[in-house]
Each structure stands twice: as structure tokens, then as C-alpha cells.
Design a binder for this molecule. Structure first.
Ligand SMILES: C[S@@+](CC[C@H](N)C(=O)[O-])C[C@H]1O[C@@H](n2cnc3c(N)ncnc32)[C@H](O)[C@@H]1O
Length: 199
């Protein structure tokens, strides 16, 4: 994601609605999450916020693992299904039972967004992490321990724009220890995928 993405989304505010089939397409952050997942994923896999389903597809095809891709955006769940992934419409982890997955991956919407500058379409849902950038990360971390089977791993993409230290503090509060798996710096942000395991 870049600042340009946000500006582009904002300019389209009045023309786009939630009925328009806008879906986040694979970008650098998707590639980093896939790289980490191909290294760390095991067992039953859930990708939260699957977007186009590309990351989930890599895991299913390259690692041969049962992989579910879920997203709040129904157009995303449909694109995931078109890639052969089991695509589910879901708000974060709400429909899943306790201990359901051995690996949970999430490239969250993480851009800090001015509340006066929201644009109300699916691209906002894909990019905006609210004022702090962490408004989806917080409830995700609060609940992910419930759906994670013993010995499971969470792969969470974090941007420096979201506040790396603040995310680490949330991770610790949720009872996990974090270890960086892959990291890459771009002109405006550094992206890190953390592997989280129960402390
Ligand atoms: C940055 S995109 C990542 C897409 C894809 N995983 C990738 O890496 O290319 C974030 C995704 O999270 C989804 N999302 C936003 N809020 C969500 C929620 N409450 N529950 C599930 N998915 C959500 C968005 O629709 C979007 O597809």
C-alpha cells in the first residue's frame, strides 16, 4: 500500500459504494505475507482478509495445505473462490470455532486514516486501519488465540506506518511472543511479517 493508494481511494469517494466489486489486488505486502506463510504455515490454515485470495492460493498450491480465505468483502470471497480457495464472508474471526486452525495469516488494513477523510467503499475497508492504523489489529489479536490450535502460529504483517512498537505491545498483551520472519523496506514504510506463538 502507498499514500497514493489512499489519495486515489479518497478521490473516488462519491462514485464508489459497497456494491461495487472493488477488491485489493496482490501487492508488495501480499508477496511478503506469502513468503512468510510458505516458510511457516502448517496444518489447517486461515487467511483473514484474503482480498483476491492470491496469498491463500499460494499456500494451498505450494504447500498443499487446507486453506480457507475469509473476508468482510463478498466480492473478495468470490475472487478467492475463483482461484480455487474456499472463500468465506466473515468479520475477522467471528464464525470460527475454538482451536479451528493451526496457522492464521493476516495482512490487515493498516493505514492510519483521518476520520474526516474516509471514503466509504471496499477499498477503504482494505486500506484503512482507522485513526491509529490499528483498529482491526486490536480486535484480531484479542480473538485469534481462541481459534488457534495448540502449537499454532499467527503470521501478522505490520507496517512501520502502523507503529511497530505499539503492535508489539498489543501482541504481548494478547499473550504471544513475536519473531520477525521477513522484512522489507520501501521509501515510505518498512513491512515486517511477525510469527506469533503463545508465550
Ligand atoms: C490489505 S488487504 C489484504 C488482502 C490480501 N490478503 C493480500 O495480502 O493481498 C486487507 C483485506 O482485509 C479485508 N478486511 C477489512 N476488514 C475486515 C474484517 N473486519 N474482516 C475480514 N476482512 C476484512 C479487506 O476487505 C481486504 O481484503
Amino acid at each position: 500500500m502507498t499514500g497514493d493508494d489512499r489519495d486515489a481511494g479518497s478521490g473516488l469517494a462519491e462514485r464508489r459504494g459497497l456494491d461495487e466489486a472493488v477488491v485489493y489486488q496482490p501487492a508488495e505486502d501480499s508477496g511478503l505475507l506469502a513468503e512468510a506463510a510458505l516458510e511457516e504455515a502448517h496444518g489447517r490454515v486461515l487467511e483473514v482478509g484474503t482480498g483476491s485470495g492470491w496469498v491463500a492460493q499460494q499456500i494451498a498450491e505450494e504447500r498443499g495445505l487446507d486453506t480457507v480465505g475469509s473476508d468482510l468483502n463478498p466480492h473478495a470471497a468470490r475472487q478467492a473462490r475463483e482461484r480455487g480457495v474456499e472463500g468465506v464472508v466473515a468479520d475477522l474471526l467471528s464464525p470460527y470455532r475454538a482451536d479451528a486452525f493451526d496457522t492464521v495469516c493476516f495482512n490487515p488494513p493498516y493505514l492510519p486514516t483521518d476520520p474526516d477523510n474516509e471514503w466509504g467503499d471496499w477499498m477503504e475497508h482494505a486500506l484503512s486501519g482507522g485513526e491509529s492504523g490499528r483498529e482491526l489489529i486490536e480486535p484480531f489479536l484479542d480473538d485469534v488465540g481462541r481459534v488457534l490450535a495448540p502449537g499454532g502460529v499467527v503470521l501478522l504483517l505490520v507496517s512501520s506506518l502502523t507503529g511497530y512498537d505499539e503492535v508489539l505491545a498489543l501482541v504481548e498483551d494478547a499473550g504471544f511472543a513475536a519473531e520477525p520472519v521477513v522484512e522489507e523496506s520501501f521509501p515510505f514504510e518498512t513491512l515486517t511479517v511477525l510469527a506469533l506463538r503463545r508465550a
